[in-house]
Ligand binder design. Structure first.
Ligand code: BTN
Length: 322
């Protein structure tokens, strides 16, 4: 059912604003015209505005302003990313479902997305606040590179989020190492990368993306007020989340393929363009201590180059206090 409906959307979309007749759809998909009509009715229930004109056929006028596998895929221009989208209205964590699906064999490029997470997971075992009005999604990847490259992929994802937010909203986020997106010094998005690997082989990798989009100040709990923000708070207007999701997925596919072909150097350059407080003195917290260091830039392996009491060295773990 789901597949046929998606195929109908694809046909209507490919028709490029032209009408496509029930007969054409029925011929292409090898289903009866009555079945086509039933699917069209289902799409309308899903919120699509479809024009039906006698002797001409059907045309999509508008996709609904709500998330579903269909609405995310409608107008999504990718070759392999998001060909399978699993959308849930409420779920404990997209990350956990994505892991289960990946374990069961889900394809490279499968996207799991939810309107709300009731047990969202952040880095370092922190909880991730994920009410309605944000983008909570996990991407399943099956890369053929080595497990140690996974951290480069997280940095790549941070650049993709920064570019997508900038392109769609005009806001320029900065990336706080390793992968927090900040606007005006408050966190707007985070990335959680988890991996299942064996020896030198990655079985699957899950990139979890959390982005605060349409929340107001009052939607955040008190303790997050000074630390978290949303795109709506920063831009003063509400956003169609599908547009941001599609931008992220399109940039992701392009930049991921480019990274596989050309390596990390372009990612490093873009990351440093958005890098938070690069060249400045910041407080760094490691497991042992808190100290003042200067942030120099990224190294090829994804570590952060810092200068500490006149000596430069790479940092693999730790947190910049902001
Ligand atoms: C961070 O701590 O900055 C990372 C936050 C990652 C949150 C996302 S939301 C989608 C996916 N599902 C989860 O439970 N977590 C990630």
């Amino acid at each position: 059912m789901e597949n046929t409906r998606q195929q109908i959307i694809n046909l209507l979309e490919e028709a490029n604003e032209q009408y496509i007749s029930g007969q054409q759809i029925s011929n292409c998909l090898q289903i009866s015209r009555t079945a086509v009509w039933k699917h069209i009715k289902e799409l309308e229930k899903d919120g699509y505005k479809i024009e039906a004109v006698a002797k001409k056929g059907y045309k999509i006028l508008e996709a609904p302003n709500k998330l579903s596998a269909n609405t995310i895929q409608w107008g999504l221009h990718t070759n392999w990313l998001g060909k399978h989208v699993i959308h849930k209205t409420s779920i404990p964590s997209t990350q956990t479902l994505a892991q289960k699906l990946a374990f069961e064999g889900a394809d490279h490029g499968t996207v799991v997305i939810a309107d709300e997470q009731t047990a969202g997971k952040g880095r370092l075992n922190r909880a991730w606040f994920s009410p309605n009005q944000g983008i909570w999604m996990s991407i399943i990847l099956r890369p053929s590179f080595l497990p140690l490259q996974a951290s480069q992929l997280t940095l790549l994802t941070a650049t993709i989020l920064a570019k997508s937010v900038e392109e769609v909203t005009g806001l320029t986020p900065s990336i706080k190492w390793p992968n927090d997106l900040l606007i005006q010094d408050r966190k707007v998005a985070g990335i959680l990368t988890e991996m299942q690997s064996e020896h030198d082989h990655i079985q699957y990798l899950i990139i979890g993306i959390g982005m605060n989009v349409n929340q107001n100040e009052k939607d955040f709990p008190e303790e997050l007020h000074s630390k978290a923000t949303s795109i709506q708070i920063e831009s003063g207007k509400e956003w169609d989340m599908r547009i941001i999701i599609q931008a992220v997925l399109q940039h992701f596919e392009k930049q991921y393929d480019h990274y596989l072909q050309k390596g990390f150097s372009t990612v490093k350059e873009i990351w440093e363009e958005y890098g938070y407080k690069i060249g400045e003195v910041v407080t760094l917290r490691t497991t042992q201590e808190e100290k003042q260091v200067t942030l120099i830039g990224l190294q090829e392996d994804g570590s952060l180059l810092i200068e500490d009491s006149g000596t430069r060295h790479p940092l693999y773990s730790g947190e910049i206090i902001w």
